[in-house]
Design a protein around this ligand. Structure first.
Ligand code: SF4
Length: 439
């Protein structure tokens, strides 16, 4: 092992929650005097994902290569795979330190301790007292990819135990962070020039149910009313907990994006029940109706899984029918991937891969078709957008996102980045809207 390690690299896999955790790790390492390196450094951290087998295999390939190539570096696995595989990573892959999600924001002091005495090599306990908070004022100075935007994690973990999902096992039960801390942190962000915030949790709608804090709609309302905010987003919702109070808060606060991500997963009640999703299609349709009744212009997006154990052709057709009826603006579609430790793992993976692929292809085709038609509905409408970057196709054009979180191109230059404009949509090319700035 390198005697006095100085530099570190973090390689992040998986979801936004992991990206946010990597930010916290970077802050923790910097506070302990380590220096970030763009190449593999003295300390190499893999912040991993376990949601799909493919994600774990990919991370393992990186870990094996790093161990073989950088024999003197300290190799650390953090995140969900660290929690799931623990000791196995140390015994079979030569990993020096394993740090689960409860501990990862304190990784700087964990590494310092390891360098000094190497006595503890695994941090995977999930005792409430071991949980390191995600709300950290030092993150204010840490820029997101978009310098005016910040992800704000409002809760950690999940206790819904959807049958296919590994998250409750690797991230632990729901832990909501104190609302006042969240609001103070958002205020601090806005005071420091942040104009767009995304509230983040595995199921934000369940916020406060574990701690007795204010409900999610109330937190959403409080953050939305902070002066200086251009746009507020939230991810992810769960149909069993999404309610009309949340919708009313969206309706009354124009700063909240008109974009609701409501994972459906399957259009078949039989499969929804097998997935332990705890809602029926009747309930889901009633939510869609309520959304349209209150928010005439809104983008509704979803997640869908094909090939869950026991999914018949009829079940799949129910999913297609739901997609056609609801007319999602966008859907993220996946083939079912068995995860050891979940309830679905004990069920026979009964749908052959070729059938899963056929279903996925048809679903993607259907979603794309609808998505394009939905985009056409925006032509001649006026909407707000925030400019994100110069367009890839032309230096005289910029790309931003509308209040529906859809990409839109307008004429502009570098000086427009981060600015909010009102635009009229004039055309659609591929899956991109084109607009003109209103005078
Ligand atoms: S709500 Fe279900 S799918 Fe989402 S994180 Fe929790 S268990 Fe996983």
């Amino acid at each position: 092992m390198i005697k006095n390690p100085e530099t570190f690299t973090i390689i992040t896999f998986g979801c936004q929650m992991n990206k946010s955790d990597s930010e916290l790790m970077e802050v923790s390492l910097t506070q302990e005097g380590f220096v970030k390196s763009n190449n593999y450094g003295d300390i190499i951290i893999f912040n991993t994902c376990s949601v799909r087998k493919h994600a774990e295999d990919r991370a393992l390939a990186y870990i094996i290569e790093a161990r073989n190539t950088y024999r003197q570096s300290i190799i650390i696995v953090a995140g969900c795979m660290a929690q799931r595989l623990g000791q196995e990573l140390r015994s079979n892959y030569g990993v020096d330190l394993v740090v689960g999600p409860y501990h990862s924001p304190a990784i700087g002091s964990i590494i310092k301790n390891y360098i000094q005495n190497q006595s503890i090599r695994q941090y995977t306990s999930q005792d409430a007292s071991d949980f390191v908070s995600r709300i950290h004022p030092s993150l204010v100075a840490h820029k997101d990819e978009l310098p005016w935007h910040k992800w704000v994690t409002i809760s950690h973990g999940c206790q819904n135990y959807c049958a296919y999902c590994i998250v409750p096992y690797v991230r632990g039960k729901l832990l909501s962070f104190p609302s006042q801390q969240i609001i103070d942190y958002c205020t601090l962000l806005i005071d420091n020039g942040i104009t767009e915030i995304t509230l983040l949790g595995q199921n934000v709608n369940q916020y406060g149910q574990d701690s007795g804090d204010i409900p999610f709609y109330s937190l959403l309302e409080k953050v939305a009313s902070l002066p200086g905010l251009y746009k507020l987003n939230f991810l992810t919702s769960h149909p069993k907990d999404f309610n009309s109070e949340i919708l009313h808060v969206i309706k009354d606060n124009p700063v909240i994006a008109r974009s609701i991500h409501l994972p459906l997963q399957s259009g078949s009640d039989t499969i929804l029940q097998a997935m332990n999703r705890q809602y029926t299609m009747k309930h889901y349709y009633s939510l869609i109706e309520a959304i349209h009744a209150l928010l005439p212009m809104v983008s509704i997006t979803t997640d869908l899984i094909v090939g869950f154990p026991g999914e018949t052709q009829r079940d799949f057709e129910d999913t297609l029918a739901a997609v056609r009826t609801i007319q999602f603006d966008e859907a993220f579609t996946y083939k079912y991937s068995p995860r050891e430790g979940t309830k679905a793992y004990t069920l026979p993976d009964s749908v052959p891969d070729t059938v899963k692929q056929e279903r996925l292809d048809l679903l993607i085709h259907t979603v794309r078709d609808i998505s394009r038609k939905r985009l056409m509905n925006h032509i001649h409408t006026t909407t707000d957008m925030i400019v994100e970057r110069i367009s890839k196709k032309s230096d005289n054009e910029v790309m931003g996102k509308t209040i529906y979180n859809q990409p839109v191109i307008i004429k502009g230059g570098k000086e427009d980045i981060g600015k909010k404009y009102t635009v009229t949509i004039v055309s659609v090319k591929g899956s991109t809207l084109y607009g003109e700035r209103s005078a």
